[in-house]
Design a binder for this molecule. Sequence first.
Ligand SMILES: [Ca+2]
Ligand SMILES: [Ca+2]
Length: 80
Amino acid sequence: MPNVADPQVFQSLAVVMEKELAISDKNKNGAIDFEEALKFAAKKGGNKVQLKKDRKWFNSIDKNHDGVIKPNEFDKTLKN
Ligand SMILES: [Ca+2]
Ligand SMILES: [Ca+2]
């Protein structure tokens, strides 16, 4: 089982998340908030309790730290 809380593991998951953006974005506001990302990561085998405690996996994608992941932030992730 991959450790989703590891930012490097989550970076690869982010590629999948981008493809499944429409599904992950539950409230259809065009951005993935922490709760939505948490559900996605848990679905991919992450430990929800651990993921909730340590948000560095989320922050690794939320480049401007406004609390949501927007589609353009996926692009920056992929270029790194
Ligand atoms: Ca959303
Ligand atoms: Ca952001």
